[in-house]
Design a protein around this ligand. Structure first.
Ligand code: NAD
Length: 347
């Protein structure tokens, strides 16, 4: 049995707590949140206790693993505290808001030798998962070109963007494209060495005056010349658009968007499919519109983490992957600011 504590009882903390409740190898023991009522509500719902502070939860022998679902600015600090306490760590993305503190976290993790996992759940969406397996088992030969499309239905984090612009600009790259950087790494099978980003403010008028962006076209390049193109925007008129295309020397793989049902309506003016997942008006309008698409991915990543803690074998995605993705983010931010291709740091 793996004893857990959750730091951050918001949307993602609640979601991961539900997976723990359904897993008979996991037990949520403590919840901590800077807002005590939020911690109390989740703890009561989950049969856990409210931790008065982080240290109390980390000092408990009943706690083997920590789930960090606070905002990005506190991830590194919590990762380091948990590593020093010898706990296994799952943290939500992004790992940090800069590369120096991310590197520090990696040093502490490696000193502590703890199991870690990173919330890059897009790898675990069933079609993405199968596509990644096909690439890794050489079914399309050498990967040459990767095309990633990641477009949100609408802007959900206007306030966060405004708040963090001065200290950690370009939230689109940090919160959204970071998932694509992780996918690009795993699909290319080689670390990207160069990034170029062209960004614009096309959607949200409040971003323009502060110099933020809500649309970006990014290219990545590896040492051997493989390339990846990423298309991001925070407004679609047709639903949550998540696609992967991998072109290899022996073929091509694609993971497409899926409509909610397979019903096709043949009409005089054409053939009509259902709306993309999510299809309900309520889900489209919600800030959680991404959840139905990744509904199976969240429990998959968390259950693998539970198994990893029990077996002592690292899971598929570790905080080191978060660190590598963060290196690309930091280079991408420089590229956007200078309008030049930027070399990505090695370790
Ligand atoms: N992988 C995904 O699909 C996905 C989706 C959404 C958000 N996220 C990431 O998850 C993280 C949390 O996002 P969310 O949507 O759940 O946010 P949220 O605002 O709903 O919840 C965050 C919670 O953390 C608490 N908190 C803030 N600072 C804290 C601290 N230092 N210690 C303890 N509690 C603290 C807040 O009071 C709040 O209750 C973010 O890093 C975000 O990027 C990941």
């Amino acid at each position: 049995m793996v004893g857990f504590c959750i730091f951050g009882a918001g949307r993602m903390g609640q979601l991961h707590a539900r997976t723990l409740l359904d897993n008979d190898k996991a037990n949520l023991r403590y919840v901590y949140d800077v807002i005590p009522e939020a911690a109390k509500e989740l703890a009561e719902r989950s049969g856990a206790q409210v931790a008065p502070d982080i240290r109390t939860a980390l000092a408990s022998e009943d706690v083997d693993a920590v789930i960090i679902t606070t905002p990005a600015s506190s991830h590194v600090e919590l990762v380091i505290e948990a590593a020093r306490a010898g706990k296994a760590i799952f943290t939500e993305k992004p790992l940090s808001e800069d590369i120096e503190t991310a590197r520090h976290a990696i040093e502490e993790i490696s000193k502590a030798g703890v199991i870690t996992a990173m919330g890059f759940m897009k790898r675990f969406e069933p079609s993405h998962y199968k596509l990644i397996q096909a690439v890794k088992s050489n079914q399309i030969g050498r990967v040459e070109l990767v095309v990633l499309t990641n477009r949100d239905i609408h802007v959900t984090i206007l306030e966060l963007v405004k708040e963090t612009h001065k200290t950690a600009p370009y939230t689109l790259l940090r919160e959204s494209t970071v998932h694509d950087f992780d996918l690009a790494r795993v699909l290319l099978g080689e670390e990207p060495v160069e990034v170029y980003v062209s960004g614009s403010c096309l959607v949200e008028p409040e971003f323009e005056p502060i110099g933020e962006i809500d649309a970006a076209m990014t290219t990545l390049r590896t040492e051997s010349g493989q390339m990846c193109h990423i298309s991001n925007i925070w407004r679609t008129q047709y639903g949550y658009d998540q696609r992967i295309e991998v072109f290899g020397s022996k073929g091509m793989l694609r993971a497409e968007n899926r409509p909610e049902t397979s019903v096709m309506h043949f009409r005089e003016d054409g053939i009509l499919l259902d709306r993309l997942i999510p299809s309900s008006e309520e889900d489209w309008a919600s800030d959680d519109f991404f959840m139905p698409k990744y509904a199976a991915a969240y429990p998959h990543e968390m259950n693998l983490f539970v198994d990893a803690v029990l077996s002592g074998e690292p899971p598929l995605v570790t905080i080191y992957d978060g660190y590598r993705a963060q290196m690309i983010v930091e280079a991408a931010v420089k590229s956007l600011a200078t309008n030049q291709p930027v070399q990505i740091e090695k370790d």
